[in-house]
Design a protein around this ligand. Structure first.
Ligand SMILES: [Zn+2]
Length: 249
């Protein structure tokens, strides 16, 4: 007897190159009918991420970018990635985070972030932004440039949420912390359903969830969103699938 098939769920932010065996993560996602957007943190992960997509292009999209944590150690990041960005599906993970280093104008982090947003804008590709503690500074840059679409990943600022999703094709993604964090649940309630996406940030694991993490948690996050929206699970999956399509283009 054939199982009724659900709408595919996109985990829009996972670090496949950071797993010891990306192929098993891809196989697990494929078996659950899921799709993955895999991001990099440094140029050294680019080849592994392109290979992840090549091995299963129906399941994996490949984004390339330099994470704010690497800004000080990869001054040549953009030159290395320049020839590869054209074959990527998007630019990420990029952003600003004052926990790593200075984010003021002219700092290595700000220069790297701006440069990568300009790449996304020039190539007409979606971008994924890490903005912890630097939310307003990230939004300032994103409002000057106009990449085709923007995802603010693991966005936790209730006050800036409306600003983050104002404009065309602006999205916020919620991950496993939505299952227990009251603050994220308040953010998710304020975020319009048509601007919402689901992520795992795997291989990050969550102590509050007994140490689990990865794309396998994404259906629970989608289920929690359905509850917060007061919608059925299948209806929520359809909304999330349409949103991923609008984000990825
Ligand atoms: Zn990440």
């Amino acid at each position: 007897m054939a199982e009724p098939s659900l709408t595919p769920l996109w985990d829009v932010h996972v670090h496949l190159p950071a797993y010891p065996d990306p192929a098993s993560v891809i196989a697990g996602a494929a078996a659950r009918g899921m799709r993955l957007v895999s991001v990099t943190t440094s140029p050294s992960e680019a080849a592994r991420n392109l290979e992840a997509r090549r091995s299963n292009p129906a399941v994996v999209k490949c984004f390339l970018g330099v994470h704010p944590s690497e800004a000080a150690s990869t001054p040549g990041g953009l030159e290395e990635l320049d020839p590869l960005w054209r074959e990527a599906d998007g630019v990420g993970e990029v952003g600003l985070d004052p926990r790593y280093s200075e984010i003021s104008d002219g700092s290595p982090q700000m220069t790297l972030f701006r440069g990568q947003v300009e790449v996304a804008e020039r190539l007409g590709k979606p971008v994924q932004v890490h903005s912890r503690g630097g939310e307003a500074a990230c939004l300032d840059v994103l409002e000057v440039h106009s990449p085709r679409s923007v995802l603010m990943h693991w966005f936790e600022s209730e006050d800036l949420l409306e600003r983050a999703v104002s404009g065309r094709r602006r999205f916020v993604s919620f991950g496993p912390a939505l299952l227990y964090s009251k603050k994220l649940q308040r953010c998710a309630r304020r975020c319009p359903p048509e601007c919402t996406l689901v992520e795992s940030d795997g291989p990050v694991s969550f102590a509050a969830l007994g140490g689990v993490g990865g794309p396998g948690t994404a259906p629970s996050v989608a289920f929690r969103l359905a509850e917060l929206w007061g919608r059925g699970f299948d209806e929520a999956l359809e909304q999330l699938y349409a949103n991923a399509g609008a984000y990825l283009g």
